[in-house]
Design a protein around this ligand. Sequence first.
Ligand code: PLP
Length: 415
Amino acid sequence: MRISKFGNKFTQHSGITQLMDDLNDGLRNPDTVMLGGGNPATIPEMQKHFEQIAKTLLDDGRLITSMSNYDGPQGKNEFIDALASLFKTHFGWEISSKNIMLTNGSQSAFFYLFNLFAGEYADGSTKKILLPLAPEYIGYGDAGISPDMFISYKPDISPLTDGQFKYHIDFDAITVDDSIGAICASRPTNPTGNVLTDEEICNLDQLAQAHQIPLIIDNAYGVPFPNIIFEDVKPFWNSNTILCSSLSKLGLPGLRCGIIIAEEKIITALSNLNGIISLSPGSLGPAVGLELVKSGQILSLSETVIKPFYREKAQLSLTLLRKSITDTRFKIHKPEGAMFLWLWFEGLPITTKELYQRLKKKGLLIVPGEYFFFGLEEQWKHSEECIRMNYVQDEETMRKGIAILADEVNKAYLE
Ligand code: PLP
């Protein structure tokens, strides 16, 4: 088959595709302990509410109406209006419906945004997306049409008590010049659970404004929904910010509903992109989302059900890990949000890719850290010493998985 450069880039069976296949196989095999993927937890109380909404939409005909009609390329107007008023009321942001559009999941929003601001420009110059803190979300890595679309920077590492640590942006190392088209960071961060501080966000905003490039903030786990954020930080948006949210981590990833908040010009450009690529975003996510927004449940359930659910799970896993792996070279990134623990096995004699293979043989799936350091200009040993572990499974599964992990790590440290 002869295919284009685009075809070559997007049809490769890359290392990460292999990993995703493994995770998928793991999901199908009931004996595998699956601490690798990014699927949100099935929270019974949330499921009850989703069931009720689905029933209401079916009973009053809106489900069928949504299924039988295309929305416009910007997305369902009623949902966009409701979101605009929610963000305006909740945070006082100066936004209207013209500042919001929907995509089929926020993953496709990143594809649009990265290729809008990076790659080849009309004057022949090329630009990249600057990721101020690696490790960063694996899902960005292959989303550029041009090669080498990202530049990322190692963080400063602050040691904390209890064998924890926290990454900070190393602003002294970051260079923004004409080769940068936009800055992007996830907050909370997948894979580490880090939450960039208010000061870090303000600094990034100033840097972006000074160079007249946008600051993209990935809010997939952030406020006000799904609110899987355990730190007291301020939500951030201004007209130079592109904020990407999603209904996925509320427990609705199958609805594929992403939300972009940005200045009008950008929303118009992205709506046009939506029209060309998908005609319009799917209608079911916005129908369910509208119910959640109208009833106020999107905020109350995020605060009273989702946040405490994940916080308790994080604490339990932290305690189990501490008890099972007592080597002082083992450290955990402070869990500040999202649904992952980021484990650092300093000085581990094997790479975490090798550890991944050994754990897979024992029936445990995690994600080796190396995949999250794309865009770094030099090799960094630290990237081979970390893993990402999802902590959303039930207690018994977590205990089983952590026991397998502890066994293999303790053995590896003796090699
Ligand atoms: N951003 C981050 C940080 C994520 O972890 C994910 C999914 O795991 C996404 C974006 C994409 O989510 P979705 O396309 O389901 O909105």
